[in-house]
Design a protein around this ligand. Structure first.
Ligand code: PHE
Length: 448
């Protein structure tokens, strides 16, 4: 049963904020700055921008195109578009794996979102004040070792996500990104401003930007491609779902450029916020969870104004995680809403509870259930590996191939405002360059 009215973004600006909110996530904060520093500074940034242009942007636009033309959840959009164009019904699998991917990812993304909620509270109460490295490490270890605590925070995070998404596209998603995205930018600027006063800002700039071509290897290029893909939340049905609420007047290429600029700027600013603090406190550079949940709290606990700066940082992290998490639930809810008689609220509650339950299996992987269940991986690692290495690249590949080879070429050119040379460029990039890039990352990550 399909509902009669389909939601629409109320303005182009809120659509940009929602898409950027999805794109700006943990990857921008705990992964990108470190990759830049380790993989050649400005040399890496250039390669990354090239990957964004040649792979990220075309796939982003392809997903929006599919969503906007389908005006439905990713599964129905793919089914309708392939039927209308007389293509194989199997294309629907692209939508299925997108929605499935979003569902699976949210289950463990929410566990990490819970960590950032928990750290926000710890920052408020000054928990890290004066602690040494062992004590800060013990706090993180204690959180991971306690199924009860993890469950509490995972549940709290999911309640927030469900509450926002249940309120619908206009009230829920737009309302959330309208406040959280500007707040995120302001908080980030405050932290960068603080970084400038530490006396170690130059060191951070040098670490991130001095070009070092010798650090660039084939591996690094593949990592840049992978990051370009992941950071734009591609291959999860998200951008298709967001595109389905788009009106015809929105210029997709221009909007993609804005979202990419925002995403990249925030990732670079994250480095300029984090590294001065790390250098000023003589801490070891680390990447991923260790940097965020151990190194930084250690720094915040031992500097003047650390309580408030720590609070700013973890609040920012929570906003980044929340605006990404709501985008992960949306494709699932849109599907349920359109394919079952459930109302928006009931569809959100049902999918939220299912995600939450799977998240419990994921969070037990850190403590009582840290046992291999398949291929030597525990549930958390299995969910992470299966989605990021298999489902996402295949969904993204399917989306770009469908948009490039199956949608009518003239219609797409017109829709994107392309003519002559730019049209040829678009066709060659979407038919060959972007798919080959995704295949390279896919094959490489399967072997790695
Ligand atoms: N784009 C997000 C980031 O860069 C990652 C993300 C993954 C977002 C999964 C939503 C879902 O961190």
């Amino acid at each position: 049963m399909s509902k009669l009215t389909h939601a629409q973004w109320s303005s182009k600006m809120t659509f940009v904020l929602a898409a950027a909110g999805s794109a700006v996530g943990l990857g921008n904060i705990w992964k990108f700055p470190y990759m830049v520093g380790e993989s050649g500074g400005a040399a890496f940034v250039l390669i990354y921008l090239l990957c964004i242009g040649l792979i990220g942007m075309p796939i982003l636009v392809a997903e929006w195109l599919i969503g906007r033309r389908g005006q439905k959840n990713p599964i129905n959009a793919m089914a309708d578009l392939s039927r209308r164009g007389g293509h194989l019904p199997a294309w629907v699998l692209v939508g299925v794996s997108g929605v499935l991917g979003a569902f699976l990812i949210l289950s463990f993304y929410s566990v990490i979102g819970g960590w950032s909620l928990s750290y926000t509270l710890s920052a408020v109460t000054g928990t890290f004040s004066g602690l040494d490295a062992d004590a800060v490490g013990a706090i993180f270890g204690g959180l991971l070792g306690s199924p009860g605590l993890l469950l509490l925070w995972h549940s709290a995070f999911m309640v927030l996500v469900v509450w926002i998404v249940a309120r619908g596209v206009t009230k829920g998603l737009e309302g959330a990104v309208r406040t959280m995205m500007p707040a995120l930018v302001v908080l980030m600027l405050v932290l960068v401003g603080y970084g400038m006063t530490t006396g170690h800002f130059g060191e951070a700039l040098a670490f991130m930007f001095s070009p070092n071509w010798s650090a660039v290897s084939g591996e690094v290029v593949l990592a840049a491609m992978g990051q370009a893909f992941f950071t734009l939340s591609l291959g999860m049905g998200i951008m298709m779902a967001y595109g389905s609420y788009l009106g015809e007047e929105v210029n997709l290429l221009g909007t993609a450029r804005t979202v990419i600029i925002l995403d990249t700027a925030i990732a670079l600013l994250a480095g300029l916020a984090i590294f001065p603090i790390v250098f000023a406190n003589g801490l070891d550079l680390d990447s991923g969870p260790g940097l965020i949940f151990v190194t930084l709290p250690l720094a915040f606990g031992n500097m003047t104004g650390g309580t408030i700066l720590g609070l700013i940082f973890f609040l920012l992290l929570t906003f980044a995680a929340l605006t990404s998490a709501i985008s992960l639930l949306e494709p699932v809810v849109e599907f349920m809403e359109e394919r079952t008689p459930l109302s928006r609220v009931a569809a959100t509650l049902t999918s939220g509870v299912a995600v939450w339950a799977l998240g419990i299996a994921a969070l037990m992987s850190f403590n009582v259930w840290d046992v291999p269940v398949l291929l030597g991986l525990n549930v958390f690692d299995l969910l992470d590996t299966f989605t990021s290495k298999i489902l996402l690249p295949l969904t993204g590949l399917g989306a770009i191939l469908f948009a490039a080879w199956c949608l009518d070429r003239q219609g797409v050119a017109q829709e994107l405002g392309l003519t002559g040379g730019t049209e040829t460029l678009w066709v060659s990039v979407t038919r060959y360059v972007a798919p080959l890039g995704v295949i390279a990352v896919f094959v490489n990550s399967l072997m790695g």
